[in-house]
Design a protein around this ligand. Structure first.
Ligand code: PMP
Length: 383
């Protein structure tokens, strides 16, 4: 069984050799200078990536779902009313978390493939009082990208005291998120998508206002995920609360260095360019895009098959060609496949993937002439 397949599912994404090399280093003490440098570096770099001066990143062992939990629990008082804006599976997961922690919430759900419009948010905020608004930047189930900056403007107009939590698991580091400039209170994310590090870290960046709110809460329904236990460690990594994921954090620091070496603007532009090249290439092969064209995410595409191509058979044959994509979640299961194009993916990876997709279509009786999709995508990938 070949292990080094090209991971084009929407996370985990391909891991650059520089990151892999750091992961393979000997384990150092969590209180060593090496670890202090990595934690301080990762914290400082995360501040740059989400453009905050006074906000503080919290980086702990866990996955995106822990990051969701940490965000919700640390800024919601028992009496608070929560508005959850959802455009898919992960927005609905937020509502499940709110249920699990007995939080009072209302779910505003868009049709799948679309997103909640800023105007709908405005109407909802005029009708009811909320203390915290939660949204997903890109819902990985639908490929829909929400207008986070507009949401934030609407909240500032209607309920300036309400806090905004943004799930950036499928966006942070690949799409612009300006914590201070847009007035976001918490961005939650994870290592395995736009950062191209292996899964294993939950990352939340709290604004100064969000940290102050946590300090005012008498208690939260968390112990490990209580940010006040981690705050001293994030400010001074020589302090101990719970053993950090040493190699993973060192590798994540390397991943953030790659992001900043590329430059944020370049990286965001590259994500846009890859996304549109990939979609044009797929359309030229007879596929179509599931997501509404008004809210397409730069980080992944959700793709409908040409007539007569079976989902299971397509993904299986593509896997045999060395390319892994994901199937549909919830109501889209069996109807679509999801192709990630975020993180440290290269042009060569994309060309390799298109060659494999063409061959797969041919094997399954699709009408393609080999090389057409590759040529379309190759010409569009070049700046
Ligand atoms: N939010 C979004 C938008 C996601 O895409 C995911 C994972 N695909 C999660 C949250 C949950 O992350 P994890 O699987 O790392 O728990």
């Amino acid at each position: 069984m070949k292990e080094n397949k090209l991971l084009l599912q929407p996370g985990p994404t391909p891991v650059d050799s520089r990151i892999l090399e750091v992961l393979a280093r000997p384990v150092v003490s969590h209180l060593s200078p090496e670890m202090e440098e990595a934690m301080r570096g990762a914290v400082e770099n995360m501040k740059k990536i989400v453009m905050t001066r006074d906000g503080l990143p919290f980086i702990l062992a866990g996955a995106g779902t822990l990051a969701m939990e940490m965000a919700l629990l640390n800024v919601t008082a028992e009496s608070d009313r929560l508005l959850i804006l959802s455009h898919g599976f992960f927005g609905q997961r937020m509502a499940e978390l709110a249920e699990a922690f007995d939080l009072k919430y209302r779910l505003l759900q868009s049709p799948w493939g679309k997103v909640v419009m800023a105007g709908e948010l405005k109407n909802e905020l005029k009708r009811h009082k909320y203390d915290v608004v939660v949204c997903t930047h890109v819902d990985t189930s639908t490929g829909g990208c929400a207008p986070v900056q507009l949401y934030s403007e609407v909240i500032k107009q209607e309920v300036p005291e309400a806090l905004l939590i943004v799930d950036g698991v499928c966006a942070t580091g690949g799409i612009e998120e300006d914590l201070d400039g847009w007035g976001i209170d918490v961005i939650l994310t994870a290592a395995q998508k736009c950062f191209g590090a292996p899964p294993g870290l939950a990352i939340d960046i709290f604004s100064k206002r969000a940290i102050e709110k946590r300090k005012k809460l008498p208690r939260v329904k968390a112990y490990y995920a209580d940010i006040l236990r981690w705050l001293p460690v994030m400010e001074n990594p020589k302090k101990y609360f719970s053993t950090p994921a040493i190699n993973e954090i060192r590798a994540f620091y390397e991943a953030t260095r790659l992001v900043l070496e590329e430059g944020l603007e370049n990286r965001f532009e590259r994500h846009e360019r890859y996304a549109s090249a990939i979609r044009s290439g797929l359309i030229s092969l007879g596929f179509s895009i599931y997501t509404d064209e008004t809210c397409l995410a730069p980080t992944l595409s959700v793709v409908k098959y040409p007539e007569g191509i079976d989902d299971q058979a397509f993904r299986q044959k593509l896997d045999e060609q060395g390319v892994v994509v994901a199937g549909g979640l919830g109501p889209t299961a069996g109807q679509i496949f999801r192709l990630g194009h975020m993180g440290n993916l290269t042009r060569e990876d994309i060309i390799f993937a298109f060659d494999a997709i063409e061959k797969t279509l041919l094997t399954l009786g699709g009408e393609v002439s080999l090389g057409d999709g590759v040529e379309t995508v190759r010409s569009l990938l070049i700046r």
